[in-house]
Every structure is written in structure tokens, then in C-alpha cells.
Design a protein around this ligand. Structure first.
Ligand code: AMP
Length: 149
């Protein structure tokens, strides 16, 4: 946030009266906003914010959601900062498989695999994404409804 404000101030001060369109500046601000040092999940990975961990290895961290939407609500994230599912590349093939396999393993571990659960990846504003670090929600322990809200 601080540095979002900082960059905005710089832009307004030095570029505000110029011909440079805000349409060019807005994507740049978006990049600044999503830089990993501002990312709450990167802070959890680094241990700067505490979390209730469920699983951890060199690539992946899973922890309980701070605002659970069901009796079981766990987030599974890559340790490396990827903004969302749109940000994956060919080089992330193994990581993406590992993330999904980890969700699978955790569902068994916490006892919701057989009854069923929901795996959710909210993406961008209309998808309901609020934290711009790729994460899988494992939601279970109650009957899910469809369509989702
Ligand atoms: P989304 O809205 O799909 O981006 O999901 C972000 C999720 O992260 C929400 O369910 C939040 O409750 C959760 N969340 C945000 N901050 C934390 C935190 N510090 N620890 C655990 N979960 C968090």
C-alpha cells in the first residue's frame, strides 16, 4: 500500500500534467500493487505473518483460512509468487500438478475426501479474488450448494 501510494504520488507529480495516458500508468500501478513484498501470502511464506500450517515442503505451503467459509477451509499456495491461475507458464507444470496433488492429499488427511469437498481458485475481481497470490481453497465439512454465490 505504502509503495502503491508512493508511486501514485510520483506519477501525479511528474506525469500528471503530461500527455501520458492513465491507461498506460494503470497497468504499471497494478504491477506495483502485486509485487511480492506487498503480498500477504508471501509474508506468510516468509514467516512474517503467522498461519496455522497444515502442510509445508520446499515449493508449497498449506494453512487454514483466517475467515473460514465451512468447517474445513484450507488454502494451498505455491511458495513462489504467482499472481493467479492466469500467471502460470509451461515451466510451472510440475508445480501445478504438485499443488493439486497436495490438495488431494490434504483432503484425505483432514477426512473430507470421501464425503466430498470443493476446490476453488478465485481469479481476478469478478472471480472474487482478493489476495493476488495463486491459491487453492479446499472447502469441506458441509453440504456445498450450486450455483455458488
Ligand atoms: P480469495 O478471495 O480467493 O483471494 O481468497 C483469499 C483468502 O485468503 C480469503 O478466504 C481470506 O480469508 C484468506 N486470508 C487472507 N489473509 C489471510 C491470512 N493472514 N491467513 C489466512 N488466510 C487469509
Amino acid at each position: 500500500m505504502i509503495h502503491n501510494r508512493f508511486f501514485r504520488t510520483i506519477f501525479v507529480k511528474f506525469l500528471g500534467k503530461s500527455q501520458i495516458s492513465w491507461k498506460l500508468i494503470t497497468p504499471l500501478l497494478k504491477v506495483v500493487r502485486t509485487m511480492s513484498r506487498d503480498c500477504v501470502f508471501c509474508k506468510i511464506v516468509k514467516g512474517e505473518i503467522s498461519s496455522r500450517k497444515v502442510y509445508e515442503d520446499e515449493d508449497i505451503l498449506a494453512f487454514y483460512d483466517i475467515n473460514p467459509q465451512a468447517p474445513v477451509h484450507i488454502l494451498v499456495i505455491p511458495k513462489k509468487h504467482i499472481e493467479n491461475i492466469l500467471g502460470i507458464s509451461e515451466g510451472d507444470k510440475d508445480l501445478v500438478f504438485k499443488l493439486i496433488k497436495t490438495c488431494n492429499n490434504i483432503a484425505h488427511q483432514v477426512g473430507i475426501a470421501e464425503k466430498g469437498f470443493r476446490l476453488v481458485v478465485n481469479t481476478n475481481p469478478e472471480g472474487g479474488q482478493t489476495v493476488y497470490h495463486l491459491h487453492f481453497h479446499i472447502i469441506g465439512g458441509r453440504q456445498m450448494r450450486w450455483p455458488p454465490g
